[in-house]
Ligand binder design. Structure first.
Ligand code: UDP
Ligand code: MG
Length: 321
């Protein structure tokens, strides 16, 4: 089916990190949708350095169904990088990204394709509700998306994940972007073209644990803020100005007390300590913010590849070259 002459019309990209419990059901549900579509579909499973039986299951699926292609990264590179690898290999005219845990219902894909037919190059899914996710995750996600919306240079729609459909034109632009910090939702918004949302209620995870630990989510949030906004840098300038203002006021106060009040309370050690700590912390915060940006420049300058591939299955046109 996946012969060299036949390029697929649709590519579905699914990043997989320790998802042995969901893969079978995932394949079941996605292949149902695949068979309803009007063109050939390639299902690209990207194994992001899983430590469980995921890769074995993926290989089996590939043996059984030639529409299944897979990439296996040499270690865990993270969700955004896994999706990027999939995008680099996708051949379809239409590319769909979805999560492995069935939180993004594959049954929504035909509706997305309808929108694409109406002329939209990007159709992203917007969550109306998150079912059965803890209050902490919902609250922090709510705050983060609002903050990002206020601070970012581009309009990144709130409550959207990576679940989306993109025309190959958009994918080409994404693939040509050399940056290492890949916050795909942001890059996708930056690219432009005609974009539209499709609303859905996010299901709970089918099985297994959330692979995005708090640390990973936090670092994704920080990365996206820094990649799409320079407001934090300006913030350090404002902080500096503020502390200069406070220092000036204090100087005036001391002068006033010196001249008019011989029992001035300002002579104590505590005041000096507070001033030192205040200034010190302002400086450290500013340094930290600067450091975040410089660290990213350093990452970009090194120019290492985004990921290393351990194993590739399918994609016959690539092996033919
Ligand atoms: N994932 C990945 N690499 C990682 C973490 C997660 O490829 O380091 C995949 C995971 O297998 C799933 C998707 O990214 O398909 C989303 O992960 P998860 O459901 O844990 O996060 P959520 O977005 O639901 O919080
Ligand atoms: Mg999930």
């Amino acid at each position: 089916m996946n012969s060299a002459s036949e390029t697929p019309k649709y590519s579905f990209i699914i990043p997989i990190y320790n998802e042995e419990e969901t893969i079978t059901e995932l394949y079941h549900r996605v292949s149902k949708v695949m068979s309803r579509l009007d063109g050939l579909v390639e299902l690209i499973l990207v194994n992001d350095g899983s430590r469980d039986k995921s890769l074995k299951l993926i290989r089996e699926l590939h043996q059984k169904d030639p529409r299944v292609c897979y990439l296996s990264l040499a270690r865990n590179f993270g969700h955004q990088t896994a999706v990027t690898a999939g995008l680099n290999f996708a051949r379809g005219q239409v590319v769909v990204i979805l999560d492995a845990d069935l939180q993004d219902p594959p049954e929504l894909i035909p509706d997305m394709i309808d929108k694409w037919r109406q002329g939209y190059e990007v159709v992203y899914a917007q969550r109306l509700k998150r079912k059965q996710e803890g209050w902490f995750k919902r609250f922090t996600a709510y705050l983060f998306y609002r903050l990002l919306k206020r601070l970012a240079d581009v309009n990144i729609p709130a409550d959207t994940g990576d679940f989306c459909l993109m025309d190959h034109q958009v994918v080409n632009v994404l693939n040509a972007m050399p940056e290492r910090n890949r916050y795909i939702r942001g890059l996708r918004a930056w690219i432009g073209f005609r974009q539209t949302a499709i609303k859905f209620e996010r299901d709970p995870r089918y099985a297994g644990e959330v692979k995005y630990t708090f640390r990973k989510s936090f670092s994704l949030a920080l990365n996206s803020l820094i990649s799409f906004s320079r407001v934090p840098l300006r913030l350090s300038t404002y902080l500096g100005l503020l502390s200069a203002g406070v220092a000036l006021l204090m100087a005036l106060l001391v002068l006033y007390w010196r001249l008019h009040d011989p029992n001035s309370p300002i002579t104590g050690l505590a005041t000096i300590m507070i001033a030192i700590f205040f200034l010190g912390s302002v400086q450290l915060v500013c340094l930290g913010i600067l450091g975040e940006y410089i660290g990213r420049i350093y990452e970009e300058v090194k120019g290492r590849p985004l990921y290393t591939l351990g194993e590739v299955g399918g994609f016959h046109h690539l092996t033919k070259k």
